[in-house]
Design a protein. Structure first.
Length: 741
């Protein structure tokens, strides 16, 4: 007899013709060995060895996005956790938006990511159905295997890759019902936790290339300052120093281009830094040489004492002030801040023989870095590759690609691989500062103490000043952050902004303008409660009013709702009130407290999530404050990894304590006075409660942000508690400036 050579489809056809007896007598039907991988989209590749490659296109900086994306893909693909190889994407437009900022990775991507996994699953099920010649409704994917539910036959994913690759990608695949989730919504350990805690994870600062030189850059202490003199010979005498190179001067607008200054290149970082110290540079001050933060504070406070530009108007505020039984007013101030990630910015670049500029960087925005480098070098983006490392913290600082641009420019200039490493001092003095702000609030109260009108006026140098020349007016992207999206339900409300010029580079910091807007609004709400002789929690609920869904655009505001529809993410005061109830229950609001202790409460909606905070503080005989307890509750809609949500809340609590009690950058003759953590203070372990109590509201609402929303209500909750303990109202941050710390 001669042997028949059949492919799997022909074999199935012939066995089907002779009946089931032959099928039962033969070996189990196995698809022929797959010869190719199956890649239905840019995020997923099912390999012929039955493993799955999953691509994370967002940056990991401790928030757990790599773990959360793996949960989503594994769940919808029906892949086992152990079978997945997690890969980090380079910066490329084919992945869509890669900016890891604005607490938007999950809230903007979840439907698309689920669909990507579900489409792959459906194609594998269809491939199995075609192989078995059965209806696809009888085929079910289960943990890297497709099962024929009637016969129990199985095919591994790896055996189906050839057949699946021939199919069209479904446009509307069936998503899993939440009851089917294996991973989504669960507390799962970080996939990178072991590497991060054992020192094997590679951060931007860890990159090493053959023949690499190290650069340390002396930048102008004043934005747009220029070099007058420097001692190149002294720098070159330092052992290990190779060369001294003048950097291109800063452009207007500065955007993410180099700031100018002088780079010292050496065989190691230490030598480069010592050579830099030997330069002894003298500078001309430039157009910002007279900037003093203390003087500018007075200017901002004066601005908000006068009428500004109305960006939201409801009812008749001025008439209500006239008719009110009582009016209450207050002004608030918050200083410049720094993101201060534990790993300062670092990038390594090399120009290959084919002209490709390849970069390794701890960047939150690899596509932005790619565009910046291409523009600086005068090449097409196809000649730039951005490899994303782990980030040792980001908080918005590493969304800006200036440090990447410096490395690329020096690599081009020298013809060698170059690593640029910023110091802590560099990052505090030459970074992108969080905007300073002043705010004025006024409210009218009726005879029963109910708030009937609300005026909120805000002045701060806008982030747009970094990207455009001669810009001093805030944009909706910042007024939408805790200002015009005010949830309070009184009939009369006006929100105004005042133009303020920038004298430093202004950029994003965790929670952005919500930090100072929430501080003023939440503290003022507490002031109104005490003016009305009411419990602050009860009064806060009264301000929110009856549960309703509110769109600030109905009152004339330019409200974009973070780029997502108001229909999907309305301002829901019912959800906000629920958070007030929940966090006050957690803290046992109203209980008898030890002598010198008091509670303060605040609630804020940001990045489409609702967070309530209760702080318990104690105050000693010298009025020194200690944060004894912190309770935090969040309604972030659908949660992917509850463990990551909890850790983000805890981190936000610590971050918020830092902003409330310690952190401040000040400028004298435009030079930032603080240069390390001894001056720019952060909360130490002794300043933080032993436990930060957290609660995550179970919700089937669309996902909101998680990384940033926990920060804004922390400082006002602490300030309100301090008032309750001492009777002293704090209207400026940090509280150390008023003797509370």
């Amino acid at each position: 007899m001669s042997a028949l050579k059949l492919n799997r489809r022909e074999f199935l056809k012939r066995t089907g013709q002779v009946g089931g007896g032959l099928m039962l007598a033969s070996a189990p039907v196995i698809a022929s060995a797959a010869t190719q991988d199956f890649q239905p989209n840019v995020f997923i590749r099912v390999r012929s060895d039955n493993r799955v490659d999953v691509v994370c296109h967002r940056s990991e900086m401790g928030q757990g996005i790599r773990t959360s994306l793996q949960q989503i893909f594994a769940d919808e693909l029906e892949a086992s956790w152990e079978s997945i190889n997690l890969l980090q994407a380079e910066g490329d437009a084919r992945y869509g938006n890669q900016n890891t900022d604005g607490s938007r990775s999950i809230r903007t991507l979840l439907p698309d990511l689920r669909s990507a996994g579900a489409a792959a699953r459906e194609m594998l099920e269809q491939a199995a159905a075609n192989t078995w010649q059965v209806p696809v409704s009888e085929c079910k994917a289960r943990m890297n295997t497709v099962v024929h539910t009637l016969s129990g036959k199985t095919l591994d994913y790896g055996e189906l890759t050839d057949a699946a690759a021939d199919l069209d990608v479904p446009k509307s695949p069936r998503l899993k019902d939440p009851s089917e989730f294996r991973y989504i919504g669960k507390a799962i350990d970080s996939v990178d936790g072991h590497a991060m805690t054992t020192g094997t994870a590679d951060y931007g600062i860890d990159t090493m290339l053959p023949g690499m030189v190290h650069a340390s850059i002396e930048r102008p202490p004043v934005l747009h300052g220029t070099i007058e003199t420097f001692d190149e010979e002294a720098a070159l005498k330092i052992p290990g120093v190779i060369s001294v190179i003048r950097m291109p001067e800063a452009t207007k607008p500065v955007i993410y281009n180099p700031l100018g200054g002088i780079a010292v290149l050496a065989t190691n970082t230490w030598a480069a830094q010592q050579g830099r110290k030997a330069l002894n540079v003298s500078w001309s001050g430039g157009s910002n040489a007279d900037y003093e933060s203390a003087t500018y504070r007075k200017d901002l406070m004066d601005l908000v004492s006068r009428d500004g530009l109305a960006v939201l108007n409801r009812g008749d505020v001025e008439q209500d002030f006239t008719d009110a039984a009582e009016t209450v007013e207050a002004s608030y101030y918050a200083p410049h801040l720094a993101q201060a990630p534990m790993e300062p910015p670092a990038a390594t670049a090399v120009i290959h023989d084919n002209g490709l500029c390849e970069v390794w960087a701890c960047t939150q925005a690899p596509q932005s870095a790619r565009r910046t480098v291409a523009g600086l070098l005068g090449v097409d983006e196809s000649y730039v590759r951005i490899n994303v490392t782990f980030l040792g913290g980001g908080f918005g600082r590493k969304s800006k690609a200036d440090f990447v641009a410096e490395a690329a420019w020096l690599a081009k200039r020298t013809g060698k691989p170059v690593k640029v490493t910023w110091t802590r001092e560099d990052d505090l003095k030459n970074g992108f500062l969080h905007s300073v702000s002043a705010q004025y609030l006024k409210a009218g109260l009726d005879a029963e103490g109910r708030a009937t009108s609300w005026l909120h006026r805000s002045a701060f140098p806008p982030i747009a000043s970094t990207f455009l020349t001669e810009v001093d007016s805030s944009h909706a992207s910042e007024t939408n952050l805790g200002l015009v999206d005010n949830p309070f339900g009184m009939d009369n409300m006006r929100v105004e902004v005042s133009a303020a010029p920038a004298h430093v580079r202004v950029g994003w910091l965790r929670s952005v303008a919500n930090v100072f807007h929430a501080y003023a609004a939440c503290c003022f709400a507490d002031e109104l409660a005490h003016a009305a002789n009411r419990d602050p929690k009860d009064y806060l609920l009264e301000l929110l009013g009856e549960p309703r869904q509110y769109d600030p655009a109905s009152d004339g505001a330019n409200y974009g709702n973070y780029g997502q529809s108001i229909e999907t993410y309305p301002i829901d005061t019912g959800r906000m009130a629920h958070i007030v109830h929940r966090v006050s229950e957690m803290a046992d609001w109203g209980r008898e407290l030890p002598k010198g202790h008091a509670l303060g409460i605040a609630v804020h909606r940001s990045f489409l999530s609702y967070v309530g905070v209760v702080a318990e503080v104690s105050v000693d005989n010298s009025a020194k404050l200690t944060v004894e307890n912190l309770w935090m509750a969040i309604d972030a809609g659908q949660a992917i990894n509850t463990d990551r949500v909890k850790s983000q809340l805890e981190g936000a609590g610590i971050f918020g304590i830092s902003l409330a009690l310690f952190s401040e950058l000040s400028a004298k003759s435009v030079v930032i006075e603080q240069d390390n953590f001894d001056g720019y203070e952060l909360a130490r372990i002794q300043h933080v409660p032993k436990v930060i109590h957290t609660h995550i509201v179970e919700s089937d609402q669309p996902p909101g942000g998680v990384g940033e929303p926990g920060v804004p209500p922390v400082a006002p909750a602490i300030a309100n508690a301090y008032f309750a303990a001492t009777g002293t109202r704090v209207r400026e941050l940090p509280m150390k400036n008023v003797g509370a710390v």
